[in-house]
Design a protein around this ligand. Sequence first.
Ligand code: DC
Length: 213
Amino acid sequence: MVIAIDGPAGAGKSTVARALAHELGFTYLDSGAMYRCVGLLSLAAPASEPAALARAAAIDLVPSQADGPPRVLLDRHDLTEQIRAPEVSEAASLVAADPGVREALVAKQRELIASGDWVAEGRDVGTVVAPDAALKMFLTADPHERARRRAAELGADADTVFVEQGLRDERDRTRAHSPLRPAPGAVELDTTGLEVAEVVARIVALARAAAST
Ligand code: DC
């Protein structure tokens, strides 16, 4: 069974998806980590074609034991922390607009989730990667709250994060290929003011209902 969790940055997707996977005993797939790996590669090799980098990249997402973040290995190097740097967020958003990059990474994601039980998180999981997912969620939150959460995570200034977040949101929503939008049939949930446990409990109830139909 696949549960797709999409939505903009800071809507609580990662925390919720990890906790949900832990609760249900599913494997967590952070598709954004793959775009971040290609973003990092594009910074290191600016003359290379991003789609070629995406096709060649050996990306391993190693699940963690508890509900912590998985380790991200790129060509066997552990780059879990490096891919979270602000310049990599920016580079990831740029390469994510490239259709060749998307094609290569969607193929890798589909291969991963072809068997087993997954909570797959990203921007296009419900629309493109797994349109037949048993449950599709689209999480949103007030933009100021999203920026506050992201700033606290990064130890950065909330106003700066708010401005950068607005630019990236706009790029993710308006790109020609797989723009960020709710999938048909997705359940939209505004997480503003909700505790993580509350969001997880709601999705668990929806997943149980979906599994029994
Ligand atoms: O979720 P994140 O911030 O780690 O994602 C990094 C970038 O990758 C972000 O700009 C959106 C993009 N992305 C995407 O286009 N499609 C996905 N399935 C996941 C992330």
